[in-house]
Design a protein around this ligand. Structure first.
Ligand code: ZN
Length: 232
């Protein structure tokens, strides 16, 4: 632990520092020369971990790290526990591929759903949007992404092999593509259509009530419901 009154972040003898003749931290009167600011290893590791997250640059990572360890320790503790628990308990549903704590999620296990309809969405939040529209009573397949070759997301990353397996298991009569109406969503829908139609599966796409370029989670429920009904 740090001694009270002793300056934090003083350089120690790591990587050859301090130069010969200077003591590490205070003591012989030369510390004014030998002093330099370094970041504690654990703090740097936290910053690096935050920096690796999407949308967080180096400065934001530093600010968040400082906030977490200095001002919001309780929230930081909650975050750490929630993260650990989520990583330990969450897996993919064997049937629809969405996040689940059980091998088969509650929706897939429900006897009230129409097993002949399979709706393909990009993400769990799109699935929630469709559920809130109340227009769909079938089952889902959640891709957990969309085709995006530039970001290194290919057919394997969005589990297309499993989708084909699921769509041709004998219970599905129609696959409804509800990928987003963005360029990547459209390309994904196109690839899936070709893939499934070559296997003799009937495929439809949400109708165009959804504005081009928009993501389902930001479209109001009534519009989504209409798009499901008017799929073609
Ligand atoms: Zn499921």
């Amino acid at each position: 632990m740090f001694t009270i009154g002793m300056p934090l972040f003083l350089a120690t003898s790591r990587s050859g520092f301090p130069p010969e003749g200077l003591s590490p931290a205070g003591g012989d009167g030369n510390d004014e020369i030998g002093r330099r600011v370094t970041t504690p290893v654990s703090f740097k590791a936290l910053i690096d971990a935050l920096k690796a997250l999407p949308g967080i640059g180096p400065r934001a990572a530093q600010r968040i790290a400082f906030d977490l360890v200095e001002r919001k320790r309780e929230e930081a503790e909650t975050l750490a526990q929630a993260l650990t628990r989520a990583l330990e308990t969450l897996r993919h549903c064997d049937s629809c591929n969405t996040l689940s704590e059980t091998p088969i999620c509650a929706l897939c296990a429900s006897p009230r759903r129409d097993k002949s309809l399979l709706c393909v969405v990009e993400s769990p939040s799109d699935q929630i949007t469709l559920e809130q529209s109340g227009a769909f009573s079938g089952l889902y397949f959640v891709l957990m992404g969309r085709l995006s070759p530039l970001d290194g997301i290919g057919p394997g990353e969005i589990h297309l092999e499993r989708l084909v397996e699921r769509a041709t298991d004998g219970s599905v009569k129609e696959v409804i593509l509800a990928t987003n109406f963005t360029n990547e969503g459209e390309v994904t829908a196109h690839v899936i259509t070709e893939l499934l139609e070559s296997q003799g599966v009937k495929v439809s796409r949400l109708a165009r009530g959804i504005p081009i370029g928009s993501e389902l989670e930001y479209v109001d429920a009534a519009t989504v419901a209409q798009a499901v009904r008017e799929r073609r």
